[in-house]
Structures are given as structure tokens and as C-alpha cells.
Ligand binder design. Sequence first.
Ligand code: DGJ
Length: 695
Amino acid sequence: MPILVRDNYWILETEHTAYACGVGAQGLPEHVYWGARLPFAGDYPAIAQTGDWASFSGAAHMLPAEYPAYAGPSYTEPCLKLTNADGVRDTVLRFAGATVSDGATPELRVTLRDADYPLTVTLGYRVHEAHDLIERWAEIANMGDAPVTLERAWSALWHLPWGGEYRLSHLFGRWFEEWQIRREVLQPGVKVKESRRITTSHTANPWFALDRGAAGEEQGEVWFGVLAWSGNWKLAAEVTEYGATRVGIGLNDWDFAWRLNPGETFTTPASIAGYTVDGFGAASRTLHDYARTRLPHGKTLHPVLYNSWEAVFFDVNEASQMAVAERAAQMGVELFVMDDGWFHGRTVDNAGLGDWWPDEVKFPNGIKPLIARVNALGMDFGLWLEPEMVNPDSELYRAHPDWVIHFPTRARSEMRNQLILNLGRADVQEYLIDLLDRLLGEHNITFIKWDMNRNVSEPGWPDAPGDARELWVRYVEGVYHVWSTLAQRHPQVLWQSCSGGGGRVDYGMLRMVDQFWVSDNTEATARLGIQEGFSQLMPAITMESQVTHMGRPLLSLPFRFHVSMMGVLGISDDLLKWAESDLATGAELIALYKEIRPIVQLGDQYRLLPAQSQDFTAVQYVSKDKAESVLFAFRVHIPEPARIPPVFLRGLDRDARYAIEGFDEVRSGQAWMNLGLRIDLKNGESTVRRITKIG
Ligand code: DGJ
């Protein structure tokens, strides 16, 4: 049984892990255990007695509450903060009941009620047994007859086992340099990671991993998790003065408010977390497996694509795209994507956003002839859109200047000459659904890259139906609504989320998208590190990666291909300028990619040697049945005559025999994993080696 119940005490068991909580003497659910699954139900600890420590730190402060609301003499980070209609600003919760439901994904719901006000909080727990993950969220219901203002409503507080110093691994970066991994030992106090940009952001990601300082890629205890939300978020990793460590995660409370009217319920996004003894690599693989189950197109392999952006930027037209399409098809490309520049009035970045119909000069006959040509060449057709945006120089803005996010008394800051449509508004949502539905209905389009090229400013919403600060949440819900309505109506479309590269990558997006554009930086050596950071939380099948001509000196074509073959292979370069020999090399590598694609996109990923700030790196993918594997190795620059390090394979069946391309011997999986491979590469060289089980 994944959920064991005894006297308001619950043990949530997954295949290898367990999470336990129960109602303690103070009438609140308290955290008890999170770690390895234990052999017997009786092994799990009893709820600890929490007493006063001093007149300055009473039991309320010391309590490891599952979902603390701001109440009483407690000074650690709460999950819930609200103001009642009469101005009372605390929330005194008491346990009111719980239900457990079985099924494919068993669920525990624990209901708490305010002692004096008609407010309930239901804590949801879902057990993803096979994935070793627990999903948590909260539902806050106003049962009274006066509105309540929510000021913080987090998804979960994850308590770490008491004692020890924890190290937080997190991601940070900026446009063009996303996904940098940092590991730092938490000190007493609160370490905050957040976004205030209305998207997930390039600068941080709602992903965390905690260890006690000793975990590595393949060994050691790691507690890890994500938040499934695509707007402002906050993560607060707190070490209390008594050495308790916890991670609160949820919607950002910065500038947040939500008027919860009588009879209404506010549901937070979910946070999903897990535990492993097998290091950061296993934490990633756990998330990868789970993510693949959430993808709208499941395990359908993703096509090799061509994208026009790094080739010609805005300079697309019917004749040039048809010519490039010929070459793409010859090389074996399966999906031809026309990026920015195709729509009404778009010649550079200062006009056109919002007017989603073909530009009359570049495409005098619309885009149907191009699509027909692309299809006749045996490829699918995809298009770039940026639905949330509008240029002041557009038909849409001239008709509806009030549709953008703005404060009426302030100048509207433009970034890349554009403003943000307020997708919290129902009329904006309807307009976009209608226009884009027609575009997709009238054209044979199977792929959309949905871009978002700026962050918010002047976050006003004149005439907002509730508190104008609801914008932060209503905007994201509006994006979800528009996008998922279109996705439901056009199930053939594979959606890619892009926000100037990796500015909106998160588990909230997975309800619509199968793919992400991870960074605008396609220089192959920088990309190795960027892809490593992205792989902490997302699987290779979601990572489109393009071969371009970015970088000085430009690395060899095979090196650039090999980097991109570690995700969903794409090419974005002016193929009309490629020599015949380059086209032949490209065709060969695309053919190889198609052979190894099931292993890369659906297999287990092992980061054998780190990439960030390292000059020799290797990544391996292993099919789920361990019959096939593929190794990628890259020597960026190691000065001669230093020796390059051996590569220790992972994930093979220890007792089976494997052959490795380029090696004469056949050895057991265990031997290959223990002995280490010597891969002879020169600076700037890379290799792809197939590994095959032969009995
Ligand atoms: C930003 C994206 O990240 C690029 O790939 C490209 O689509 C441009 N926008 C187009 O404006």
C-alpha cells in the first residue's frame, strides 16, 4: 500500500522512498520522515514532542509543521499569510480531517480549519510510486461571507532530516548563459531564489537539490524537487537557529495578493520532490522519467528540424525558404521551421508582433505554397509565434492600446520594442485563441515555437476585476488557458517553449509543451555546460539543440553536430552557403542521429564527466533495456602533453557482454564500467561511440 494510515499519521511510500507526517499534540500535521523506504511500518518514528525552548522560542516556533500558516509566536518562513476582512492578519489552523484515495496515483488530502474564521486549507499529497516522487499542493477555501486577501500561498514546505549541514544545488544565469550550476553550504538564515519577471526566468529556476556535502554524480543522498509553475516563484531554503533545514517553495509573495471571495478556492501549483541515495545523476534521471510521462506527445520521438533563425534572421521569404528546404530535405531533415520574420509588417524587431498573418510582401500568396513545397519534400512544417507580445507598430496595438500590461500614469517601458499583452484579461485570451485557432486550422502546421522575448515592467492592470496584484497569477493562468485550448484543438502540433532561449523552462509548461529552446547561445563549447545544467531537471527529449555557425574559432561541423545530437537535433544555418562536403557530413550525422535517437531521447542519461568549466567532458545514454548505449566525448582544450582523463561508463548490465565502437575487446558491463576508457582526442575534437550488448 503506498499510503499507510494509523491514527492521523500517514506514511507515503514509493518504490524506494518514504515520506511520513502526522497530527501532533498541537493539532497540526507535523513532518516526521523523508528518506529511504523502511522495511516495517513500525520503523517510522513517532511524532516528536515539541516543547518550549525558552520564552523567546516556544513550541509554535519549534514545530516542524507541514504547512505552517503565520500564527502565534513563530518566526520561521510560513507557507500561508493572509488578511481577513476585519484586518486580522494571522491564521490559526487546526486539523479537521483527512481522506485517502487509492488508484493509479494514490492521494492523501489533509484538511485544516481556522480556529475562529471560516477558512479551510487542504493539503494535497500525491504518491508517484514508480517514480519515487511525492507531489504536494494546497487548496485554500473561503467558506465565509467576506473576502480574504491572500498574501503568500506556497505549495509546500519540504523538511530535511534534522542535523547536519546541507548543501544547496541551484541554477542561475542570464540570457545567453543560462543553466549554471552552483552548490553552496546553507548557513543559518534564509537563502532565497526567485523570479519577479512574470516568467520562470533565465536567472534562476525552481529546481533544487540538497545533500549533506558528500553526494556526487553517482552516489550519496540527495533530496530534490521542482515547482510546476511558469511565472513568479520563490524558493526559501531556511536553516533555523536550532539547525532545522527546510525548503519552502511556491508562488512568489513579492507584490502578490489574491482576493479570495466567499465560496472560492485558491489552488496552488504543485511541487514535486524526491529522494535518492544514488547522487545527482539519479535525481536527474528520476525527474527525466517523470517528465517523460507528462509530455503531451509522450514517448513519440521528436523529429530532426531545420530552423531559419540563425541562418537569415528576419529575412525569410517564399523563394529563399523553398531553396533552403530543398537542401534540408536532402540532408534528411524531417521538420522545417520558419522562425521570426514571416508575419505582417515584420522586417526587423520593431513592428508586426500581434498581427499573426503572413506578410503580404514576403509571402504574396500566403504561406500555403511554402508549406505545400515543404510537405512535397517529405518534411513537416513548423512556425514561430510570440503570442503574448505586441509591437506598438502593429494593427493590434493601434486597435487595442489598453490590452497591454501598464500603469495608465506611467510611460510603458519597451524592451526589444515590444509590450506584453495582459493575458489575464478574458478578451485578450479570446482574441488570441480565435486568431491562432484559425491560423492552425487553415494551414498544415505540426510544430509551433512559442517565444516570449521580454520580462515585465509597470505591472499594472487598470480595471482589474479583483486586486490588480492578481496579475502575476492570472497572467500565467491565461497563458496556460490560451495555449492548452489551442493544444487540445490541434493535437497534431508539437509545441516548443522558448523565452529568448531558456527563460521559461519548468514543469508547469509540460502540460502544453514537449520541447524547450534552452538558450540562444549555440556556441558548441558553451552549449556543453548549458546542456549539462538543463539536464539537472529535464530529459534530452525536451531539449532542442541546434547546429549553427556561432563561435570564433568555429569548431568542426562534427563537433557541433555531436553537441546537438545529445538532445533533439536541429540545424539553423544558411544551408545555401554550405559546401557539398558539409552537406554530405550533415547527412551522415543526421542518419547516425536517427539510429541513436531512441537511446538519447528515451534512455537514461549519465553525465560521466562534468562540462561546466571543464575541458574534457563525456555523456552517456543507455536504453531502458540496457541493450544499447551511446557515448559522447568532447575535448575542448587540454594543453599538450597533459593526459586526458579516463571515461568510466555507467548504467550497463554488469553481467552482459558489450562491444564498443573503436575498441577490439568485448567485455562485461562491469568491466567496462570499472576499467575506464581511454578516448584519444585532440583539442577541439569529439566522438560518438555506440555500445552494443552482444550476449
Ligand atoms: C528569441 C529566440 O530565442 C530565438 O531562437 C529566435 O526565435 C528569436 N527570438 C526570434 O525573434
